[in-house]
Design a binder for this molecule. Structure first.
Ligand code: GRF
Length: 191
């Protein structure tokens, strides 16, 4: 039988997207979530890893540049999923995983992206600019924050009384619905 495509998920926070992706691929013989890497001690994503019986590794910020690539190699990772990973990916990793690494961004890129644009800050900026809609972007990762080729976008409406919290909740629904199927589609096209 063909070897499965091994995925590593990189996350820094609660891990609700990691959870949705792990859930989607459960029991899939062709695509496996092999590893979860997190740079924040005690982040919620470690509990997600345990719940799905996925190996997790804490990689502190000062070790990302020197150790991330070898960690991915040791675990024979074919594809990398960034699910709320808040550090820049080192150049050796982006080079090794060209077209094989995706990120999810909680806005409609190219607007509201770039360095420092994450979490509530994104939703705050979108609401302050009186946008009528926001959404999610799933894109390939290159050396520039949020600038890789866009694979998929989905939109939601912003209501007049929208808060960063209520918008974040809507965005999470879109993320959890679309991230894993788009990852699967892209993997099936790529390998
Ligand atoms: C998501 O909103 C994602 O778009 C962003 O970081 C957030 C991570 O949330 N990149 P969670 O840890 O998956 O709950």
């Amino acid at each position: 039988m063909k070897q499965p495509i091994n995925i590593a998920i990189l996350a820094s926070g609660a891990g609700s997207n990691a959870n949705a992706v792990a859930h989607y691929f459960k029991g899939n013989e062709a695509i496996k979530i092999k590893l979860i890497v997190c740079n924040v001690k005690d982040a919620g994503v470690f509990k997600v890893a345990d719940a799905h019986q996925i190996k997790s590794v804490l990689l502190p910020n000062h070790e990302i540049d020197s150790k991330l690539l070898s960690l991915l190699r040791i675990h024979q990772i074919d594809f990398v999923v960034l699910a709320g990973f808040l550090r820049k990916i080192p150049g050796d990793v982006t080079a090794a995983y060209t077209n094989k690494m995706v990120n999810i961004h909680p806005a409609l890129l190219p607007a509201y992206g770039g360095k420092g644009m994450y979490g509530a800050r994104v939703h705050q900026a979108v609401i302050e600019s009186q946008e009528k809609e926001s959404g999610i972007t799933i894109h390939l990762v290159n050396d520039h924050y949020d600038e890789g080729g866009i694979l998929f976008q989905a939109k939601c409406t912003i209501e007049p009384n929208e808060t960063p919290e209520s918008l974040a909740a809507k965005i999470h629904v879109l993320e959890h619905r679309h991230f894993a199927p788009i990852i699967e589609q892209h993997i099936l096209k790529t390998f």
